[in-house]
Design a protein around this ligand. Structure first.
Ligand code: TPP
Ligand code: MG
Length: 630
């Protein structure tokens, strides 16, 4: 060993001292990679990471109320910061740790970086079983933290303090990698956290990680240009990668120059400003008729930064041109190769720049361009119509979305994740900036909304953050209202109460199942009533407005659309997190626009409606395609 200078520190102190000095740089802009550490202490981390955070206050510690929520906060923060910054999250062992598993999956599926530091059982074993230890009679190196393995992009258990010297740099490599990123889990046995070691001082020097803008293979790029020139009806699908790569300006230039229309995924909405005539809006199962019609006949699909979820491809029914082929621009080879595409493995911004140079003088056929522009205008009239519905006695969700859109500042951020809202928002939200539409729809995790709103607000404190949340999601996780008040980050939470699951209720009815199990009502004769149960169904005596008030929020209760508009105006000057509460109609839904989502229906059933739905499903199922390239 060389004689380098060392610092005698606990493993936990070394973790925090290291994290504090990690920076990233992209396009010559440098910033710390970690904004601090969220945590909930228990015996598995209080004396280790807890002590280290206390001793190193420059690495800011934040309390959360729920471990899943704190991972969502970190995830939303990273999403808002285009993956260039995130939080570490520390938990105790056992339930504190496993509460983070859902958060980890949410981050990994959405390709967003979070560093998870769950406490783990004693490495020295002699006191086992410790409180909350999952015992195994035949494997000694297993704990609940093994549950993180499938939902993490990198996983290690730090059994000796010096393991940090390789584990932490590896963790960083994955976290900052645009292609690899997701949840990184380092499980920290509680005894090892407190153990001292002579760490080399150099380990704690400031380290700046360069985020590359990788360029695709030149031959593939030339081939892509040739394919585009040969195409008659090309379509771009803009995914989250466009926004994370900050490729929005070059995308606009690409579209202006080539005339190729664009459909946007859930993560990609906002890539182009809503009003641009070649922006066809949402694509896929929750898409507009504009995007879906062009997609159906597209002979070339250029996917940029998209993972092609079933919502985007309408369960592989969206593209019906017999010879359709794909060019995929993606940092991840995995995504670039989907649909046997011509893969352009690279950063969206520089790849679009290079591709555009090769397309000098090219423009789509005028008829294709004109059709897209016309569809864009027609679609906007449909949005206008839905915004103007004044449904009574309870307002429709569409008109409430319209009011939020129109009464929020152009630079605000709207956050949502699950329920019927995402589909409606995907179609109806007029995105005015690339952060205006923040949907967690990779995992569509109920409970993300308020926690995610807090993460977005922490990332962009100067902007108004609107959280749109249904009563089901609100009930699942409203705890971070308290954190937002504690840390003085004001959220505007719009709570849409329809006494249950409007989304899964509608899905259930479409499957012939009458909304079974999707209403918040008392059971009758031991059965929860469905949608055909008649008028004497008793709703539950739940007061969500009072619940929000009890958590410290400023609450405005609304009954009508007019009340709602008034509340949206008043709330902007409120001094703390505010909840606008309103009930909306369970049955007044935004239509499906020429698209489909495959939800498998019972092949045999005693219920005739289910049999009928199955027959319809079989017809649509037949339209699903394999894309096998040229
Ligand atoms: C954690 C989690 N559990 C279950 C689901 C499945 N799910 C999707 S939407 C939904 C209902 C959401 O209810 P609510 O928030 O009231 O929204 P609404 O459907 O009424 O608009 C459920 C249960 C999910 N997405 N996430
Ligand atoms: Mg609901």
């Amino acid at each position: 060993m060389d004689k380098q200078a060392t610092n005698r520190m606990t493993m936990a102190q070394a973790v925090i001292a290291f994290l504090k000095n990690q920076y990233v740089e992209r396009d010559e802009r440098e910033q710390p990679f970690f904004a601090g550490c969220f945590g909930i202490f228990g015996h598995g981390n209080v004396a280790g990471i807890g002590q280290a955070l206390q001793q190193i206050p420059e690495f800011r510690y934040y309390q959360a109320r729920n471990e899943q929520a704190m991972v969502h906060i970190a995830t939303a923060y990273a999403k808002t910061r285009n993956r260039l910054q995130t939080f570490a999250c520390t938990s105790s062992i056992g339930p504190g740790a496993t509460n983070m598993v859902t958060g980890a999956a949410t981050a990994t599926i959405n390709r967003l970086p979070v560093l998870l530091l769950p406490g783990d059982i004693f490495a020295r074993r002699n006191v086992a079983p410790v409180l909350q230890q999952l015992e195994s009679e035949h494997i000694q190196d297993i704990s609940v933290n093994d549950c993180f393995k499938p939902v993490s992009r990198y996983w290690d258990r730090i059994m000796r303090p010096e393991q940090l010297l390789t584990a932490l740099p590896d963790a960083m490599r994955v976290l900052i990698s645009p292609a690899e990123t997701g949840a990184v889990t380092l499980a920290l046995p509680q005894d090892v956290q407190a153990e001292a070691y002579e760490y080399p001082e150099a380990f704690f020097h400031k380290r700046v990680w360069h985020i590359p803008r990788n360029r695709p293979d030149r031959g593939a790029l030339e081939q892509a240009a040739a394919w585009i020139r040969a195409s008659r009806r090309p379509l771009i699908i803009a995914g989250g990668g466009v926004i994370y790569s900050e490729a929005i300006h070059i995308l606009k230039r690409f579209v202006d120059q080539t005339g190729i229309p664009v459909g946007e995924t859930m993560a990609g909405k906002g890539s182009l400003q809503y009003e641009l005539p070649l922006n066809l809006g949402a694509i896929g199962a929750t898409g507009t008729f504009a995007a879906n019609r062009i997609a159906k006949e597209a002979d070339l699909v250029i996917g940029i930064g998209t993972r092609y979820s079933d919502f985007t491809t309408a369960s592989k029914t969206a593209f019906q041109h017999p010879d359709v082929r794909f060019i995929n621009i993606n940092v991840a080879e995995f995504d670039a190769s989907k649909h046997l595409a011509l893969p352009l493995v690279g950063d969206a911004q520089v790849t679009l720049e290079e591709l555009l140079e090769l397309l000098y003088g090219y423009r789509v056929e005028e008829s294709h361009f004109l059709q897209a522009v016309e569809l864009h205008a027609e679609w906007d009239m449909e949005v206008e119509r839905i915004y103007a519905i004044r449904h009574s006695p309870l307002p429709s969700q569409g008109e409430l979305i319209g009011a939020v859109n129109e009464l929020s500042a152009a630079d605000s951020i709207m956050v949502c994740a699950a329920g019927s809202l995402p589909g409606d928002l995907h179609k109806l939200w007029r995105a005015r900036n690339p952060k205006n539409y923040h949907l967690e729809y990779g995992y569509s995790c109920m409970g993300y909304e308020i926690a995610g709103g807090l993460g977005a607000k922490m990332a962009e404190p100067e902007r108004d953050v609107y959280v749109l949340v249904g009563d089901g999601s609100y009930l699942m996780m409203n705890s971070e209202i308290v954190t937002s008040i504690q840390e003085n980050y004001k959220l505007i939470i719009v709570l849409l109460d329809n006494h249950g699951f409007k989304s899964i209720g509608a899905l259930s009815r479409s499957l012939g199942q009458d909304g079974f199990g999707t209403r918040y009502t008392y059971p009758r004769n031991g059965v929860l009533p469905g949608d055909n149960a008649g008028p004497d169904v008793q709703t539950l005596p739940v007061d969500l407005a009072a619940n929000a008030r009890s958590l410290g929020a400023n609450v405005i209760e609304c009954k009508t659309y007019a009340d709602f508009v008034d509340a949206l105006q008043r709330v902007r000057t409120a001094d703390r997190t505010s909840v606008i509460y309103i009930q909306n109609d369970r049955y007044e839904s935004v239509a499906n626009y020429e698209s489909w989502w495959d939800v498998a229906i019972a092949e045999v059933s005693t219920m005739p409606q289910v049999q009928a739905a199955r027959t319809e499903w079989e017809a649509m199922r037949a339209q699903e395609r394999y894309f096998l390239g040229e």
